[in-house]
Ligand binder design. Sequence first.
Ligand code: AMP
Length: 129
Amino acid sequence: MSIFTKIIEGEIPCYKVAEDDNYIAFLDINPNAKGHTLVVPKKEENKLFDLSKEDYLSLMDFSYRVAKALEKAVSCKRVCTSVIGLEVPHVHVHLVPTNAMEDIQFTKKVKLTNDEFVALAASISSEFE
Ligand code: AMP
């Protein structure tokens, strides 16, 4: 069972941004930038392109809605996205509020307090449609 499945099943906590029957979005615990969010299908699958085309498009649709909320809640030049999965082999879309190339390089990390995570998640969540 992946760490994200444990989050989905409520075994470990997360800073939740959005959820429906098939997807959950929560803040990355070791963010590249303030507002770095992960969008995760509840059905555990390892690689993005192992998904059916229908499930892939559905994940992108949910990610689009989260990105729109992120754009409203967090000031940045643009929301960038990538899919990696080398650390957690459970499909997830990274949505990163980006101002400079280093924000999307997964080398520079920002430290946030619990209160900052809570406030960020609430503010992104309030913009989610
Ligand atoms: P990757 O699998 O390389 O796409 O990276 C996995 C991402 O998941 C990293 O950015 C981690 O910081 C993030 N991550 C790992 N565990 C958690 C967790 N419990 N809650 C939130 N984010 C996590």
